[in-house]
Design a protein around this ligand. Structure first.
Ligand code: NAP
Length: 304
């Protein structure tokens, strides 16, 4: 029996684990097979306080994991497959085993969104990707497309421009959502070109990406453009599939948080991007993991 089971191992989950383990609570982190969350897919993290020269995303997550383990948190590298919050102790299934906890912190984060095209799934890994950090090097001297106008899209475009001959950012409006600093870097990069007021209607190619069909959002006009890869950066969706029917979710699938970290089930708490569609930063996720841990400590104190 664990005092707390933390589901998820991004900055929210691991910060929570550092706090609960350090408070001598028996802590299990169900970290997932692909542990570490979205920072594992990033290169340089420049805005996490305390690292004046930046730090690589995977290194930051390694540090957090080691810090949590130093205080005695157990890390399980399995995906949580189901949960039962209907009776206490709460139950979490992972890797074919059931784990019991007096409390739970949901910190499963969010995953990249897809356009919803048949062609993008068929050509996934054959030129269609959601991670330039992982796949940019495959497209040396090639023409690549990035879809989206947020920070992720700019980071993807900048990562790609180190390898590709050309990076074409397709955005559905004529204004970027990305922060000014990333916009400036992208605008100043001679390899990056912007295609405004346009969406990708179809990704073309049989066995590998050969182009995209675009549709203008202002005139409806359609056109085809040759390219070798398409990187999608159109936001994220919360990872809450296993929590349906267990805790209250909002219409977009985010866990509803009351009083910062409480869910609709007493003893089940929430932290990070799985409840935050607004800030979605590593540092805010870490902060909310800390809050959830402090609330768990108080809850367990009051319960006994
Ligand atoms: P985002 O800010 O939600 O941006 C998503 C982009 O994709 C928007 O430009 C949106 O267009 C576009 N989009 C959404 N659905 C689309 C569709 N179906 N077809 C075409 N375009 C679509 O997501 P994000 O860029 O992943 O960023 C998420 C959060 O992480 C943000 O808070 C961001 O600041 C943060 N982040 C920060 C950094 C950093 O600080 N270095 C790096 C990465 C991410 P519209 O603009 O028209 O809505």
């Amino acid at each position: 029996m664990y005092d707390v089971i933390i589901i998820g191992s991004g900055p929210a989950g691991l910060t929570a684990a550092i706090y609960t383990a350090r408070a001598k609570l028996k802590t299990l982190v169900v970290a997932g097979v692909m542990w570490g969350g979205q920072l594992m897919l990033t290169t340089e993290v420049e805005n996490f306080p305390g690292f004046k020269d930046g730090i690589l995303g995977p290194d930051l997550m390694d540090n957090m994991r080691l810090q949590a383990e130093r205080f005695g948190a157990e890390i399980l590298f399995e995906d949580a497959s189901s949960v039962d919050f209907s009776t206490k102790p709460f139950k979490v299934e992972a890797g074919g085993k059931t784990y019991e906890g007096r409390s739970v912190i949901i910190a499963t984060g969010a995953s990249p969104r897809w356009l919803g095209l048949e062609s993008e799934q068929r050509l996934r890994g054959r030129g269609v990707s959601v991670c330039a950090t992982c796949d940019a090097a495959f497209f040396r001297d090639k023409v690549t497309v990035v879809v989206g106008g947020g920070d992720t899209a700019m980071e993807e475009a900048l990562a790609l421009s180190k390898f590709a001959r050309k990076v074409k950012v397709v955005h559905r409006r004529d204004k970027l959502r990305a922060s000014k600093i990333l916009q400036e870097r992208a605008f100043n990069d001679p390899k990056i070109e912007f295609i405004w007021n346009s969406v990708v209607q179809e990704i073309l190619g049989e066995d590998r990406v050969e182009g995209v069909r675009l549709r203008r959002t202002d005139t409806g006009e359609e056109s085809e453009m040759k390219c070798d890869a398409v990187f999608l950066a159109i936001g994220h969706k919360p990872n809450t599939e296993i929590f349906k029917g267990q805790v209250e979710l909002d219409e977009k699938g985010y866990v509803v948080a009351y009083d910062e970290t409480r869910t609709s089930v007493k003893g089940v708490f929430v932290a990070g991007d799985v409840q935050d569609f607004r800030y979605k930063q590593a540092v805010t996720a870490a902060g909310s993991g800390c809050k959830a841990a402090l609330d768990v400590i108080k809850y367990l104190d009051e319960e006994t």
